[in-house]
Design a protein around this ligand. Structure first.
Ligand code: ZN
Length: 275
């Protein structure tokens, strides 16, 4: 596995501590792609931390790209699945009801969907799996049929209806009833790669592990059952606007093989480690 970090920084600040040949400038921004263990990553961190103390920033964007070999992907028992990009409007924006009385007042996690998922049907991307900005996941009728035929376990399907409540045969909501996989302590979660703490999203009661995942995902083996769709007990992310804290989605090797053989698009996976 190769770990690269893509960073965008303010160009005039980057000049002060990055060699001129590193990355490329575009307007006010310098864009760099570094191996995660490159000493320059630490140098960026030091400058970002110093800037934060002055209530400012150098880094405007970062993303870690993990590139696994085919063999690593094939040998993983579980993979962390991310459906992307998100689409809008969310179910909530289209009239899906949520019972917020069950949500934690600290982190907002635990609101329960009541009734069917309302969506703007024409706005659902024409792929087999898609996720709204609010975290609602839909699968195509084709994928639903294939999962049933293959005997995939650990999910339920709910109806998808229009804003006005008219059902569609083309889509189903993917529901994961059991979110019971425990994150292992090796999974680093924080507000930001360069300045992980303080992390306002983290719930003192343990519902939300933090704002975003910073490392590879590690799970407690004893908490992993036999299902093909799984998710973590702990959620990640803030309750803010359309965003809700969401558990991490995990899929079995069997389901990964199925998605690959069906050429399902709009998702990426990382190896999830069991400890
Ligand atoms: Zn909470």
């Amino acid at each position: 596995m190769r770990e690269l970090i893509e960073v965008r920084l303010f160009a005039d600040e980057a000049k002060r501590f990055l060699p001129p040949q590193i990355g490329r400038e575009e307007g006010l921004s310098r864009q760099v792609l570094l191996e995660l263990n490159d000493p320059l990553v630490e140098r960026i961190r030091q400058h970002e931390q110093e800037k934060r103390r002055q209530d400012s920033v150098v880094v405007t964007y970062w993303e870690i790209h993990r590139k696994y070999t085919q063999r690593e992907l094939k040998e993983a028992k579980l993979l962390w699945l991310r459906v992307r990009p998100f689409f809008e409007p969310t179910g909530e924006d289209c009239g899906t009801m949520y019972d917020e009385t069950t949500a934690c007042p600290k982190c907002g996690f635990g609101a329960r969907q009541v009734g069917p998922l309302h969506l703007e049907l024409k706005r659902i991307p024409k792929r087999d799996i898609a996720r709204t900005l609010g975290g609602e996941i839909v699968v195509s009728a084709r994928l639903a049929e294939q999962m049933k035929t293959a005997g995939i376990r650990g999910y339920e399907l709910g109806p998808v209806v229009s804003r006005q409540g008219k059902p569609t045969p083309h889509w189903h909501q993917l529901l994961l009833p059991e979110c019971s996989v425990e994150l292992a302590p090796e999974t680093r979660v924080g507000a930001d790669f360069f300045v992980p703490q303080p992390d306002e999203a983290r719930c003192p009661q343990g519902h939300v592990a933090g704002f975003t995942v910073l490392s590879e995902v590690h799970l407690q083996r004893s908490s992993v059952g036999e299902a093909d769709w799984l998710c973590t007990r702990q959620a990640v992310g803030p309750r803010m606007g359309a965003f809700r804290p969401l558990p991490l989605l995990l899929i079995s090797q069997r389901l990964y093989q199925l998605l690959t053989s069906l050429k399902v698009k709009r998702f990426d996976v990382e190896v999830a480690h069991l400890g």
